[in-house]
Design a protein around this ligand. Structure first.
Ligand code: PRP
Length: 207
């Protein structure tokens, strides 16, 4: 399984701000925005590029652009806080949306929104969700994508629990994972420990 932990000092600093229980919502959102830029930057490090000759004001040289921009799929709600920043770095990306709420008792994802292109064959996909806890939400989302023919899926998460990583590893077609941290474990309520609480609530308030 392709697992990349972005343990850059600046990523650690943003994640620490997000973890801190004293951090208010505007500051939490700003830290997640900045961390997303770093995750997307690393996730695209080896992305194929198209080379085109171009002119600078001084000379001719090679210019580059992404050959096959990924479909961006934020998982609502919490993934919305990563969508604009991923789009900022990959402006010609298309965006799909998945809405899931995790049942607090059963920890099963309950879908409420699905807006995705019908055919994803040959298209890389970046799924954006700050938290990979049990992995149920990500597994559900990845099945929606592979059902549409996607074979190149990357899960971008601010932090991940070992349990969630193992669940994705056990899938028939495991995704690539890019995260800023692999935390210790899940607690009995399905929260990541030490984690950061609930990324949706911390950005948008409890519903
Ligand atoms: C959180 C989080 C993930 C999911 C992770 O969302 O943003 O989507 O739980 O848990 P899992 O790996 O165990 O499935 P939540 O259901 O709280 O919804 P929200 O984003 O609307 O807050």
């Amino acid at each position: 399984m392709d697992l990349l932990v972005v343990d850059h000092p600046l990523a650690k600093a943003r994640l620490s701000t997000m973890r801190d229980a004293r951090t208010d919502s505007p500051t939490f959102r700003a830290a997640l925005h900045e961390l997303t830029l770093m995750l997307v930057y690393e996730a695209t490090r080896n992305a194929p590029v198209v080379t085109e000759r171009m002119h600078t004001p001084v000379a001719r040289t090679d210019g580059y652009r992404l050959k096959n921009p990924p479909l961006l799929v934020p998982v609502l709600r919490a993934g919305l806080g990563m969508a604009d920043q991923a789009h900022q770095l990959i402006p010609d990306a298309q965006m799909g949306f998945v809405g899931l709420a995790r049942d607090e008792e059963t920890l099963q994802p309950t879908p409420y929104l699905e807006s995705l292109p019908a055919d994803l064959s040959g298209r890389p996909v970046f799924v954006l969700d700050p938290m990979l806890a049990t992995g149920g939400s990500m597994e559900y989302t990845i099945r929606l994508l592979t059902d549409r023919g996607a074979t190149d899926v990357t899960a971008l998460c601010a932090l991940a629990a070992p349990e969630g990583i193992e669940r994705l590893r056990a899938m028939a077609a495991p995704p690539r994972i890019v995260t800023a941290s692999i935390d210790e474990r899940l607690n009995e309520s399905g929260f990541i420990v030490p984690g950061l609480g609930d990324a949706g609530d911390r950005q948008y308030g409890a519903v």
